[in-house]
Write a protein that binds this ligand. Structure first.
Ligand SMILES: [Zn+2]
Length: 344
C-alpha cells in the first residue's frame, strides 16, 4: 500500500556556507569554477541526507546546483543576452535588471539532467525535480524579439518539455513547475498560462505538479502580502481552470497565510501539496501546528491525495531552522497519518 500523506518540500533548501553565503537568496558561488561541479554535488548529497534524517518521503536536490530558480535555467538557453539588461517590474511587485531576449530561444543542451541522474543514483526514494514555469520565466526577462508574452511563454513551454522528458528518462518521479506568476496575472493564466503549462508536460508519464505561492519570505513579498487584506482569495481566480487541467498535483501555500482553506475545494480530485510550513518566519512549527493545518486541509482534500509540504522554498533560512521545520513537517504528518489509520 502507498504511504499516506507523503511529505516533500516545495523546492530550495539552505546551501552549506562553503558553497554560498548562508541566509541569502540567490547568493554567488563561493568556490572557484574548477571546484564548483564537485562542490555542488557534495551539497546535493548533504541536502538529501538532511531530508532523509528529517523523515521527508519525496526528496529533492534542495536546488543546491542552481543559484536562482528561474535564471539558472535561462542561462543555459540561447536567444537570451545576459549582458544586455533592462529594468522591468517582476510580478508587478519589484523592479529588477533583467536579461534581454534577442532572438529565437532554444535549449542547445540539457540543463539539469545530469544533476537529476546524480540524485537518482543516491536514493531509491521518490524524487521530485523543480523547473521554472513558462509564465514565471517570461516575467524575469525583457523581450525584444517575440514582443508577445504569450508567444515567448509558448516557446519556453516547448523547451521545458524537452528538459522534462529527459528528466523523466533520468528517473525523476515528479516534475514540478514553479509558477508564482500564476498568483498575479489571473487573466493571462486562464487565457494561455495553463495551456503553456500543459504544453510543457505533453507526453510525460511521470507525475507532474505546479507550485503556486505567495513567494519567499523576502521583504518585497511580505510588504505585498500586507496589501492583500484579511482574506487572500487570489487562488480562487485560477484554481477552477487548474482543476480541469492535465496537471496531476497542485502545490499551494496554506499555513500562516490568509488563504481561506475552503478554496482547496475548488481543486477537488487533484492531488494537493499542502503548505504546512511557513517559510517567512524563523519560528519552527510544532508537529501539532503542522497536524492542525493538515486536518483543516483534509476537509477539502481526500486523504489519499494530500501531500504535506512547505509553503515555498527554504533557501533563505538558517540551516538549523530549515532542518527543524523539515522535522516538524514529518512529525506533524505522522500524527495525522496515525489518526487516519486508526479510523474504522
Ligand atoms: Zn513558492
Amino acid at each position: 500500500m502507498k504511504k499516506l500523506l507523503p511529505t516533500s518540500t516545495a523546492g530550495s533548501l539552505p546551501k552549506p556556507s562553503w558553497l554560498a553565503e548562508p541566509e541569502t537568496l540567490w547568493s554567488e558561488w563561493k568556490l572557484p569554477a574548477e571546484e564548483l561541479p564537485d562542490g555542488k554535488q557534495d551539497a546535493l548529497c548533504l541536502s538529501l541526507h538532511e531530508q532523509q534524517l528529517a523523515g521527508v518521503d519525496i526528496v529533492s536536490d534542495g536546488e543546491q546546483t542552481r543559484q536562482h530558480f528561474v535564471t539558472t535555467f535561462i542561462e543555459h538557453l540561447s536567444g537570451v543576452d545576459f549582458t544586455k539588461r533592462e529594468t522591468v517590474r517582476i510580478r508587478n511587485r519589484y523592479d529588477a535588471s533583467v536579461p534581454t531576449v534577442v532572438g529565437p530561444v532554444s535549449r542547445p543542451k540539457p540543463v539539469f539532467v545530469n544533476d537529476a541522474k546524480f540524485l537518482r543514483q543516491q536514493t531509491k526514494q521518490p524524487i521530485k525535480w523543480a523547473l521554472p514555469g513558462p509564465m514565471t520565466m517570461i516575467d524575469t526577462l525583457y523581450d525584444a524579439h517575440y514582443k508577445s508574452r504569450k508567444d515567448l511563454a509558448w516557446e519556453f513551454a516547448k523547451i521545458l518539455n524537452q528538459e522534462a522528458r529527459e528528466l523523466e528518462a533520468a528517473g525523476v518521479d515528479i516534475i514540478q513547475f514553479d509558477e508564482p506568476a500564476f498568483n498575479v496575472f489571473f487573466d493571462d493564466v486562464n487565457d494561455w498560462g495553463i495551456a503553456c503549462l500543459e504544453r510543457a508536460i505533453e507526453g510525460l508519464t511521470c507525475e507532474t505538479a505546479v507550485h503556486i505561492c505567495y513567494g519567499y519570505g523576502i521583504k518585497a513579498n511580505t510588504d505585498w502580502k500586507k496589501t492583500l487584506g484579511n482574506e487572500w482569495r487570489q487562488y480562487e481566480a485560477v484554481l477552477p481552470k487548474l482543476q480541469q487541467s492535465n496537471i496531476d498535483i497542485i502545490s499551494l501555500e496554506c499555513h500562516n497565510s490568509r488563504v481561506p482553506v475552503e478554496l482547496l475545494g475548488l481543486i477537488r480530485g487533484k492531488k494537493v501539496m499542502v503548505g504546512a510550513i511557513d517559510v517567512a518566519t524563523d519560528s519552527i512549527e510544532t508537529p501539532e501546528e503542522v497536524a492542525a493545518t493538515l486536518r483543516q486541509a483534509l476537509k477539502y482534500v481526500d486523504a489519499d491525495k494530500l501531500y504535506p509540504c512547505t509553503n515555498c522554498g527554504m533557501a533563505p533560512l538558517a540551516r538549523h531552522v530549515a532542518t527543524g521545520k523539515l522535522k516538524a513537517l514529518a512529525a506533524g504528518a505522522d500524527i495525522v497519518r496515525k489518526e487516519l489509520q486508526a479510523l474504522p
